[in-house]
Design a protein around this ligand. Sequence first.
Ligand code: UD1
Ligand code: CA
Length: 430
Amino acid sequence: MSLSIVVLAAGKGTRMKSNTPKVLHKISGKPMLFHILDQAGRLSSDITVILSHKFDMVKEAIESRYQNIKIHKQDIANFPGTGGALKGLEFNSSRVLILNGDMPLITAQSLEKLANSTAPIAMTILKLANPSGYGRVVIENGFAKEIVEEKDCTQEQKKINTVNAGVYCVDAALLNEFIPKIDNNNAQEEYYLTDIIKMAVDKGLNIEPIEVSEEEFMGVNSKLDLANAEEIMQKRIKEQLMLDGVIMRAPHTIYIDSEAVFKGECILENGVTIEGACRFENAHIKAHSVVEDSTVINSDIGPLAHIRPKSHIEDTHIGNFVEVKKSILKGVKAGHLSYLGDSEIDEGTNIGAGVITCNYDGKAKYQTKIGKNVFIGSDSQLVAPVTLEDNTMVAAGTTVTDDVPSDALAISRVKQKIVRSFFSKFFKKS
Ligand code: UD1
Ligand code: CA
């Protein structure tokens, strides 16, 4: 059996109240549409996404990550609606799985169940305490007979609480036959994909309703739905990681993006945030630290540290209130209150409290290179571009503006003066 997958994503998503197209809103750092495409990709490599609203923007986003996704532009002005979305498409496969772009929690397992149905049309249903807003499904003798949209329902039909979840698996030949015939004779004057159910029934075919879980199939329509979906996604990501061997303290306080990878024995303490494509191996991230798009190997970070994008931290100790950005640290100790940006720091080096790389002059960014076994005293500033060679020392409070050659000490201080009996004179009671 050959399977094609179509993802409907042309709608405006008005209820999101956002300039960002609905399907590009992110869940755990990844656009909703990409969550769906990643799951769909496990079933078939023949995937078409239907777009219209903000066409160029969504197309560009898709193409930045996927090579083989086909894109179809819906003529939404002339053919609005889910049926209009498929007009102009022809299917050469034997089955077509139709998905919505706003169901980021859908899993490949559930889609597989649907794809395995041998009915000419399998459709997904939900039983909802409050069915309002959804198409109601008329079921007789266990088979679906019709889907009636809310706005076309009679008072009686409105009471039906079995609703259409909007995901279908259909014989391609039926779609090729039915899609051109869908009209817009309904309350919304839209072309309803749901009309294919009645068309198939009129041909004497059986439509199998498959009950699916609310968690996976409830669409995201508002920012409230987005936040709820995010919570479920976070729970899934963290549960899987813990089963895979990551230790988490108070996991409900931890946030982890969907692309993070963990190896070996990792510990995440409470309040940790992991954003972007991070890689961890035997890493201990202490409470309330933030790590973004970086690699951390055999190292401990925090508490309250900030590792910003493009950092590589290996065999290193990063303590509290240390910020690292776009830097490579190997075998380094930076225990307290530092900013290390655009730098390369080698093994055996100790960064004292309050050391700052001055990487920016207001116009451009510059590199700081620090070699092996360098001891940098507290509260020093390293004005980039600057190089500190292996086996060097910087005295506390020094502003390093020139390169420091191997075996040297850099010191820049005003000599200390002692003024005797100053205190008692200054505070003398008159
Ligand atoms: C549709 C179903 C309804 C079902 C509900 C489940 C129809 C006519 N109705 O409702 O029975 O209960 O889904 O969520 O199909 N889209 C397009 N082009 C369009 C319109 C929509 O691509 O012209 C896409 C949207 O981007 C979205 C999906 O189709 O991903 C569903 O559209 P939406 O407007 O949310 O669904 P309804 O039509 O309200
Ligand atoms: Ca609609």
